[in-house]
Design a protein around this ligand. Structure first.
Ligand code: MN
Length: 276
């Protein structure tokens, strides 16, 4: 099995190497990840300048892998490249240039959850989208803590999923967003297949400086009031469950068609009648 591994926390992030250590038990791992941390850049691509790509050192701490296979030395090689661009750039360059076709695309393991509507801001999911749109089975995976994140459960899960997918390939359009509680594995309550919740965190804005130096700092640190809907990813993670959400890219809203047809009824004739 050939696996492209990327992330948005950057080439030195421990979660990336936890994923590499787990996935190399199943197949060849090609790490293509941003030089710098890029959390929250979503699916952005660098389209107005050329992007640098260079061979990068493979993390020496890859021994002691989470979820090492017991029946011996099934480790596959790992190679790594750093990209002077976004997570999306990294995935595009991996699949279109330095690696080529793969059997699985993985983005993560991210430090910090990516839940509900926040997935449109997530660089972890943003990178993964480039695997999905090319038709590769794709997994975005995060743990629910930024400080002192625990990757063991997520690493073990990744290895098991990759193994299962290598035995029974996924159907077309297979795209998962996984969130794992950042707690010791034995305290995780179970695995739940979920749907995306709504907002998981709200933004707060703080003013800094004054006069022409005045700036506004946006932080995503305000909990959204109210209880999350049962069956959502937000709900599952709150209950210490591993949340696995099948994703697709659907922004169109067909239910609004009639309302919008009413809104624009006769508008083209008016538009022709009123030159600017
Ligand atoms: Mn991140």
């Amino acid at each position: 099995m050939k696996i492209l591994l990327t992330n948005d926390d950057g080439i030195r992030a421990p979660g990336l190497w936890a994923a590499a250590g787990a996935l190399r038990q199943v197949g060849e791992v090609f790490v293509v990840a941003p030089e710098q941390e890029q959390s929250g850049v979503g699916a952005s691509l660098t389209l107005h300048s050329a992007v640098r790509i260079a061979a990068a050192p493979v993390d020496p701490g890859l021994s002691g892998d989470p979820g090492r296979i017991e029946d011996g030395d099934a480790s596959h090689p790992v190679v790594a490249y750093s990209v002077g661009g976004t997570p999306g750039d990294s995935c595009v360059l991996g699949l279109e240039s330095v690696v080529g076709a793969v059997d699985l695309v993985v983005s993560g393991i991210n430090s910090g959850s990516n839940l509900g509507w926040d997935v449109v801001v997530s660089g972890t999911v943003g990178a993964a989208i480039q695997g999905y749109v090319r038709g590769y089975p794709t997994i975005a995976i995060s743990v629910g803590a930024v400080h002192n994140p625990q990757f063991e459960g997520a690493g073990r899960l990744l290895r098991l999923l990759a193994q299962r997918l290598s035995q029974a390939p996924a159907s077309p359009g297979f795209f998962l967003n996984i969130n794992v509680p950042s707690i010791p594995v034995e305290r995780i309550s179970g695995v739940e297949v979920t749907r995306l919740g709504r907002r998981s965190y709200a933004e707060s804005v703080r003013e800094e400086g004054s006069g022409t130096d005045k700036r506004y700092r946006i932080s995503r640190n305000r909990p959204v009031p109210g209880e999350p809907q049962p069956g959502t990813d937000v709900w599952a993670l709150k209950r210490d469950l591993i949340s696995i959400t099948p994703l697709e890219i659907v922004l169109g809203h067909q239910e609004k068609t009639l309302e919008v047809e009413g809104l624009v009824s006769g508008i083209f004739a008016q538009l022709l009648d009123h030159p600017c």
